[in-house]
Each structure stands twice: as C-alpha cells, then as structure tokens.
Design a protein around this ligand. Sequence first.
Ligand SMILES: [Zn+2]
Length: 341
Amino acid sequence: MLDYKALPKIELHAHLSGSISRQCLHEVWLLKKAADETDLQDPLIEMPPGKHDYDLKTFFPLFSSYIYNLVNDGPVLRYTTLSVLRDFAEDGVVYLELRTTPRAMPAVGLTEADYVRTILDTIAEFERSAEGKTLRTKLILSIDRRNNPTQARQVLALCKQFLGLGVVGIDLCGNPAVPLDPQLAPVFEDARCVPGLGMTLHFAEAECSGSDAELDMLLSWRPDRLGHVICVSERVRREIAGRKGIGLELCLSCNVHAGMVHGGFESHHFGEWWKAADAVVVLSTDDVGIFGSPLSNEYALAAQHFGLSRAHICGLIRKGLDVIFGGEEEKSRLRDILWKA
Ligand SMILES: [Zn+2]
C-alpha cells in the first residue's frame, strides 16, 4: 500500500473534539488527576487503543459524558487543539477546516465567544511556530440538532462576529436520532444570506435522518457542501447530482467502523460518487481520535478498495480545492502546493 502521508492534502470534515488522540486525552487526564480535578477513568481504559467500533448509540454519549468533562477549561482546550493541529500537520494536511459546536464552560467563566476565541488564538499560535509552517486552519461553527432556535441563533451570531477572523462556515451536526426541529430552518436561511459564510450540513447519516422531507428542507437552504450522504433516495441522489459543484465530504473509516454503511469499504458510496462529473468529493476523517484513521490512511483505503491510482488521488485532492471555504488567497496558496506535489 502506498503511503500518502507525504502527499499534501486538504481536510474539510473534522470535528475538533473527536479529533483529539487518546494519548493526548490521557496526558490531560494525568494532569487533572495529579491536581485532583477529575474522577473520570483514564481515557486509555475508557477508550482502549484499537477500539474503533463506536456506533451511533455509543458515539454521542462518549462526548457528552466523557470527553467534554475532560476538556473543560481554557488551558486544556488550548492543549488539545494544539495536539490536533500537530497531528494533522504531521499527516501531511496543508489545509484544514475544523468544526466545533461553541461550548461555554461556566465553571471556569468561559463563554461561547471565549471558547471560539481560544481556538482561534491557538490556531494563530500554531501557525507562527516552526511545526505549523505549512498547515493553514479555518474554523466552522456547528449548530447541534439538539440546539433550540435561540442557541442556534447564538451560533450564527458567533459566525458573524468571527467571520474574517478565522471562522469561515456554519454546520449542522449532532445525533441523527434527534428529530430535526423545523424552527432551525430560519437560522440557516439567514446564514445563507451572510456574504462569505460557507454552509455545510450533516446529511442523511442514518435512516432516521434520511427522509425525503428532511433532506428537501436541508437542500432548500442551498448548502455549499454535504457531509456523509448515506441514506438518500434515488430522487434526492439525482437532485444532489444536479447541483453543479456541490461538495461531498465522504468519510470511509468512520462510516464502516460505526456500521453506518453495510458491506465494508468496497460497498461505500464513495465508489459511486468519486467519478461524478459535477459533484466534488472530498475524503475526510470526521473523528480521527475515535475511528483511528488519519487522512493519509483514508486515501490509502480509497486506493486499495476502489483502485485509485496516485494520479487519481492527486486529481481528487486538487478538485477539492473548489469547495473550500478559505477564500481566493488560500486557494492560490494551495494551488502552488498541490500542483507541485
Ligand atoms: Zn461529522
């Protein structure tokens, strides 16, 4: 199997909290344990190395009852963010769009805006360092399906506040088993009217979030990109194919390990989409800390299971440039890097 680590890559669908390595969480736990600040179990026991088969039932509680309780103050947010950036840079990622749901940490006096600011400051700090020379990182703020309209409005307000300061897009994420509140629609419709703000949506991750009614509503918000695109009817599939230039963030290992697709890698819908003339497919990791497959490995898997040559892979990565939210200056920097690779 070829090693795609050295190949410059772009990653557009990565959740900050789910991208933290178990080793990094373990280091945080050791510090908290020594300071008598946590009763949580060691992350290496809670999430044993090599365990990647989290499904939709076990995945979301891992965050709400564990990871969020460990990453619960400003210094740890900075420490874990730096670790995530370092891991992507070491894997050869040259452009990264990280996403996160703004989270207040009232026990330490951190507001949602402080949370976003801390991450952006950490990104800037990393980019000034020697190890952060080639990786450029932007931030997407996510509205969780659990959010009520007021909370969703607050996320949109933060997008506007930090637009041009590192935030480039808005996302809809969260447990697909949570019914989508139609009252979130006006928030996304307003987001669509904010110049320069990209929109990506978790789309048809599971049967329960794959009804035509839900997908028609999501498509009516005119998103720039869709994540996952698993449980779609033939009609919706044609509708997506007809949206010229729409970006599809497809995640191989996450979908296979979590049992979201059946039949293993070979039957993943990447095989149908990657040659599509109008859609732009971008391979993504989703949650490398949970599913254990860095982006270089996702490309190796695509090559192995779908017969992509190195030229195909380079072509795919270059095409992905069309759907980044980072703007023209960033595109031109990336053109220099990707066309030399
Ligand atoms: Zn995701």
